[in-house]
Design a protein around this ligand. Sequence first.
Ligand code: ZN
Length: 286
Amino acid sequence: MATNANAGTGATAEIGVIGGSGFYSFLEAVTEVQVDTPYGSPSDSLFLGEIAGRKVAFLPRHGRGHHLPPNRINYRANLWALRSVGVRQVLGPCAVGGLRPEYGPGTLLVPDQFVDRTQARVQTFYDGYPLPDGTVPKVVHVSTADPYCPDGRKAALAAARGRDWEPVDGGALVVVEGPRFSTRAESLWYRAMGWSVVGMTGHPEAVLARELALCYTSMTLVTDLDAGAGTGEGVSHDEVFKVFAANVDRLRAVLFDAVAGLPANGARECLCSHALDGVDSGLQLP
Ligand SMILES: [Zn+2]
């Protein structure tokens, strides 16, 4: 049964996972919690569970019925909702296309950079518009030179290796607006730039997390070769879901091991945890 948890009711999770329902549906005790935010509703309820003694909040990025396309996800509400239940570290698994022939379906790549090719997404909390409670965020510029949490990346890479799934350590994730897949010309361009994988949800998730001083780690699963890297007809929707389904069990195992390997929230020493040090943002963070 769904319960309502508003900001300030106390921490109920420490780690957030933004991904599909395949990641929490096999956990024994899961509590569904509805969270409202000043930015509207997140993609779905939060599903709270426990992995290796760590309290985790799962959020189906596209909604549990997968009804939200990447360009209509309320990314701000998602990150705010996670923070409001106590989350300070976020893992964001997502499906991507490989931009190089050697990154075929089933490749696990933990990016260390992203390239924003989206066009119509709100990508900041600090836009100067007043919130419903009357507070007005100031203009804040966070550093995203290194957009992902170094400690989270270490935990993800170690977790994959521990499951004999040698990951690709680093590379740039190109994030496109979608929901269409890339043209061959676009894909060839991304590849020529030396970028590694292309997806639709990595941005603005990482940036918004940084703006709330949350750690964010992206874990990408290659489900297809993008149009410019493959020789076939280009990417199809069916192909992507088939490869994702074939890999979801081991991705879940790696994800859970990564959760177990994250530092305690109070022990974070990474750049993400200091993103707002000395900054008067005008926002009362939950
Ligand atoms: Zn961090």
